[in-house]
Design a protein around this ligand. Structure first.
Ligand code: HEM
Length: 216
């Protein structure tokens, strides 16, 4: 029950609009003056949360595709990944601009005071090459290296969870980091199961081939 090209195109448009809703909500609350006592903190946190959610949505595509057999889901992955990068860029911009007004010395002081920022920064830097090479043309050009490069997403997911966990550890508030950490662990763990199944299938077919060649 794969969608037709026209249905997929509508689905993409709908997904694009839905993905912009968190940004629209913050802009709307901002214009209404309803961003709370600390608007910068609200914006930084909302953009950080949505970066992490889009990272999870992106990582969920492969398991969903494998479990349901719906290959077309892969066609949504690039957009989800780019929205992860988009919200990460907004999150970083909030820190750079609203929090520190591009003052590098102040930023450095803050990083020393709150070392969890380095984890988020590393995750963001690693997202850049993935966003740049996300096009079909780049995928063709890089060949097998494209898949190798894009495996960085696993490291990015781990860094993002450490960043979130470490930030909340300072506040002794582990509820959400535990939930998101478990989701990320499941999304990465299921890939190990797929690999193990593929290795077993290869070993089995090799054994069948060998016994066919040498039945005695
Ligand atoms: C993939 C990249 C990143 C992800 C997934 C991410 C995610 C998050 C999340 C989920 C939070 C907590 C929000 C909450 O409490 O609800 C957060 C907070 C924060 N992040 Fe990131 N982040 C990333 C990159 C960065 C970068 C590049 C910086 C700055 C250089 C940064 C600086 C911060 C700061 C300062 C906070 C704390 C905000 C506060 O205390 O008000 N993050 N991030």
């Amino acid at each position: 029950m794969a969608p037709t090209a026209a249905q997929l195109s509508w689905l993409r448009r709908l997904l694009f609009l839905l993905a912009l809703l968190p940004l629209a909500r913050v802009v709307w609350l901002g214009t209404e003056g309803r961003l709370g006592a600390n608007p910068i903190e609200t914006i930084t946190r909302a953009s950080g949360d949505w970066t992490l959610y889009f990272l999870c949505f992106t990582l969920a595509i492969t398991p969903l595709r494998r479990l349901t057999g719906q290959q077309w889901l892969l066609k949504l992955r690039r957009m989800l990944g780019l929205f992860c990068f988009f919200y990460a860029s907004l999150h970083f911009l909030c820190f750079l601009w609203f929090d520190h007004f591009f003052d590098l010395a102040e930023m450095w002081k803050d990083v020393k005071k709150r070392p969890f920022i380095t984890m988020g920064f590393s995750a963001f830097v690693l997202l850049i090459p993935l966003a740049i090479t996300s096009t079909a043309a780049m995928q063709r050009r890089l060949g097998r290296n494209w898949a190798r490069l894009h495996r960085l997403i696993y490291l990015i997911a781990v860094l993002a969870i450490v960043h979130f966990w470490w930030m909340r550890a300072g506040k002794n508030n582990f509820g959400e980091p535990i939930v998101l950490g478990t989701i990320v662990a499941l999304l990465l763990g299921v890939r190990l199961v797929f690999r193990w199944q593929a290795a077993r299938a290869t070993a089995r077919s090799l054994a069948v081939e060998l016994s066919a060649k040498d039945p005695g």
